[in-house]
Ligand binder design. Structure first.
Ligand code: SDX
Length: 390
């Protein structure tokens, strides 16, 4: 009968693939991109340089980085018909489905870079995605607030251009705020890859059918949208605001979580792999105060977050379950202080994760034995039975 099948839990933890891109030690709270500790990259690198590292395997020389930067700048323009695409969405459309739809549509506009086994075409789709996804993200934001979409300015790099397209207006020149650009650049580095998480596994699974890069990454964007994954940064802010608006003491909210009332969770806490503090959360927390002070963020929500964290880290319920803050716990507060609406938080996660998705898709295409392809299953249904005589 069903339910009687038992199997070694280890079966569920069997490795699905091998990869040389990112290393995580969940118990020790270690994260390295191509061998470099995330703490060092956060301190010394840029999002563009870290993207190059993930995709090509080594840190670029200054000339290689400049060439990568210039190639991306020259591909920021969207096909004019793709710009028209945004008109078809309702005004209140969430930008994540807009992003995944538009990225999938790239394969209809750029049919000269779809072959996953042609090196030049893979390179072209790599640069096109790095250049155009942030533009699509900014346009999805502009669409949701009913403002016009600017053309990219190729005198700016990827992050600067994204900020200008998100906040600039045709009626006046846009003044880049170096503090904003620096803060966003750091957050994008922290999100750039994370080995076989849900959305990256989706990109690899879809790509394992030899689907093109645009289609595979569009599927990854949809997986990231889930509130247990990339959607958690938006859910954290909603949770903090609910606590603030009800005037509930963080301690009382924690009791609700521990009693699992209405399935409520402490969003931004817990992780499939980290059973220790997420090293990215540590870096974000350390800079959150400084960034929010610079940007004039909502200190009350930050105070609630700090109190929730302090309580959880001292509470047996969380300690026994090895629940620590993850990367999503503080990032939403910073994105909000930058001026982004909650609906854009997971889109920002997608911009950061893009180089990781591209790197993992390219690795799989180059090494067929790492294709997840078709996960095996253990059948737990009913034994054979015959159709009833009638
Ligand atoms: C990301 O995989 C990646 O690398 C993802 C990511 C990336 O960079 O790609 O790191 C990004 O997705 C971070 C996670 C963001 N999600 C959230 O913050 C949502 C809240 N977190 C939970 O949904 C949960 O922690 C998960 C899904 C993230 C991880 O779940 P686990 O480790 O598989 O744990 P579980 O669901 O098996 O729960 C174990 C126990 C359960 O209690 P009991 O049934 O044993 O009594 O812990 C409890 C859970 O109820 N629990 C929580 C909790 N997370 C787990 N209780 C309260 N609050 C939480 N957040």
């Amino acid at each position: 009968q069903t339910g009687t099948v038992t199997f070694d839990p280890g079966f569920m933890n069997t490795a699905a693939t091998t990869s040389a891109i990112t290393y995580i030690d969940g118990d020790a709270g270690i994260l390295r991109y191509r061998g470099y500790p995330i703490e060092q990259l956060a301190k010394h690198s840029s999002f563009l340089e870290t993207s190059y590292l993930l995709i090509y395997g080594n840190l670029p020389t200054p000339a290689e980085l400049d060439s990568f930067d210039q190639r991306i700048r020259r591909h920021t323009l969207l096909h004019e018909d793709l710009k028209g695409f945004f008109g078809g969405f309702p005004r209140d459309a969430h930008p994540m489905p807009v992003l995944s739809s538009a990225v999938s549509a790239l394969s209809t506009f750029y049919q000269d870079s779809l072959d996953p086994f042609d090196e030049e075409q893979v390179e072209l789709s790599t640069v096109r995605l790095m250049a155009k996804l942030p533009v699509i993200a900014a346009y999805a934001h502009k669409k949701s607030i009913g403002q016009p979409m600017l053309y990219p300015d190729n005198s700016m790099n990827l992050v600067e251009n994204f900020m200008r397209l998100s906040f600039g207006l045709p009626a006046e020149p846009y003044e880049l705020d170096p503090k904003l650009v620096k803060a966003l650049d750091l957050l994008l580095i922290l999100h750039a890859d994370h080995e076989q998480n849900c959305s990256t596994s989706t990109v690899r699974l879809v790509g394992s059918s030899n689907a093109n890069m645009f289609a595979s990454i569009s599927a990854g964007i949809s997986a990231l949208f889930g509130p247990l994954h990339g959607g958690a940064n938006e859910a954290v802010l909603n949770m903090l605001r609910d606590i603030q608006s009800t005037g509930m003491a963080p301690e009382d909210f924690m009791e609700k979580v521990k009693n699992k009332e209405d399935g409520v969770k402490l969003m931004g806490f817990g992780h499939r792999v980290y059973k220790n503090y997420d090293p990215r959360a540590k870096i974000v927390k350390a800079t959150a105060h400084e960034i929010l002070a610079d940007l004039g963020g909502n200190d009350e929500l930050l105070d609630i977050a700090m109190r929730l964290e302090e309580k959880a880290l001292a509470d047996d319920y969380f300690i026994e379950r090895k629940l620590y803050p993850n990367v999503d716990f503080y990032t939403g507060l910073i994105y909000k202080a930058m001026g982004f609406p909650e609906k854009m938080f997971t889109v920002l996660f997608a911009i950061g994760r893009l180089p990781g998705w591209i790197a993992q898709w390219r690795e799989m295409m180059q090494d067929p034995q790492t294709k997840i392809g078709r996960p095996r299953q253990l059948y737990t249904g009913l034994p054979e039975r015959n159709y009833p005589e009638r």
